[in-house]
Write a protein that binds this ligand. Structure first.
Ligand code: PLP
Length: 352
């Protein structure tokens, strides 16, 4: 199958002129079209691109009762020649199907995911604005649409892609609290999958953290709460002296595309990177002796999210304010590759 095998029903009008691209709230505005591809009893049907609109679904669909739902988060960028680019989309495609396998859902063919995405982006090209900071956030997802409240995997699924214009935002000062009780993921669980349920599991402890004045939680390993694992829904890096540390990916840690790209870029810059677990005790020690310089989250939405301080056992530790933090240097370098402002020597960017 190629993109000619996609049925296209164009919207009669576009809502693009009613959108204020300067004041976008992340994830609230969607483009004119969406892609839908249904899976019925072992067969993927022909994908359809059609106007963005709500759809009907049986109240007994398994997604509502047993949480068979997975997603991806990617971005499209426009360069100065009006060409649209994706960043390492193969990684998102592979990860999506790993998530599908873990949730006993069917794998999506590359022709549906990739050709479908490219075709949709060609149609929605005007929604990708030029200029650093502007991007089109891409949300591929799959839900179990098969009806019946029997607790077993469904026979019917729906894969979709929706698109939302985004502007880089300043998230304000991010203070975090280190998890001592709650967990995001456990050994043998679904923490390494981009599953909807991993997010709902975080909402309540994150709400408690918000009420205490912290924006995010740094998750620790569920068994001992001694190893630092992720920051909210991002991977996390620690800079102690001039070395960057980040935990190895595992069953509990999502294999982030930003994380691995930052590791490769930092190494090429000659920055010392160690992929190993950092212990809470080490972090406290480093904060106390002044060797802890930076903590930052890494993920597609913000690239890096610098953290200004953290709390552990009711004590707050503030990080130094640096002139030229590594987090922002790496963010700038990665953005330059994504927006085609610097040569992509890694071969990460893919033209739509
Ligand atoms: C999506 C996600 C990340 C970041 O992954 P990217 O591919 O860099 O966007 C990190 N941790 C969790 C839990 C995630 O869901």
């Amino acid at each position: 199958m190629n993109e000619n095998d996609i049925t296209v029903n164009l919207a009669s009008t576009s809502k693009i002129d009613s959108v204020d691209f300067e004041n976008l709230i992340f994830g609230t505005v969607f483009t004119d079209h969406m892609l839908i591809c249904d899976y019925k009893q072992g067969v993927w049907e022909k994908p359809v691109i059609k106007p963005y609109e709500p759809f009907l679904i049986d109240p007994s669909a398994k997604v509502f009762h047993y949480g068979q739902a997975i997603f991806e988060g990617m971005k499209a960028y426009k360069d100065e020649h009006d060409d649209v680019w994706l960043f390492r989309p193969d990684q998102n495609f592979e990860r999506f199907n790993k998530s599908a396998v873990r949730l006993a859902m069917p794998e999506v063919p590359e022709s549906v995911f990739m050709d479908g995405l490219k075709k949709l982006l060609q149609i929605e090209k005007a929604w990708v604005k030029t200029g650093k900071g502007n991007s089109l956030y891409i949300r591929p997802f799959m839900i179990a649409t098969g009806p019946g409240v029997v607790a077993a995997p469904a026979n019917f699924y729906r894969f979709m892609i929706i698109l939302s214009p985004a502007k880089s935002y300043y998230s304000g000062e991010v203070k975090v609290i280190i998890a001592e009780h709650y967990s995001r993921a456990a050994n043998g669980g679904i923490g390494a999958a981009k599953a909807a349920g991993n997010y709902s599991a975080q909402f309540y402890p994150t709400k408690l953290a918000n009420e205490m004045g912290y924006q995010q939680i740094i998750w620790t390993d569920d068994a001992t709460h001694t190893k630092l694992e992720e920051a909210g829904t991002m991977n996390v890096f620690f800079r102690i002296n001039d070395t960057l540390y980040t935990a190895p990916t595992s069953e509990r840690i999502l294999d982030g595309v930003t994380r691995k790209s930052l590791i490769d870029m930092a190494k090429r810059e000659g920055i010392n990177v160690e992929v190993r677990s950092v212990l809470v005790d080490e972090l406290i020690q480093a904060a106390e002796d002044g060797s802890l310089k930076e903590i930052f989250g890494a993920g597609t939405a913000a690239v890096v999210n610098p953290i200004v301080g953290f709390s552990y056992k009711e004590k707050y530790y503030e990080l130094p304010k640096l002139e030229n933090p590594i987090a922002l240097q790496l963010k700038e370098k990665l953005n330059n590759i994504q927006y085609k402002l610097a040569e992509d020597t890694f071969g990460w960017t893919v033209k739509v």
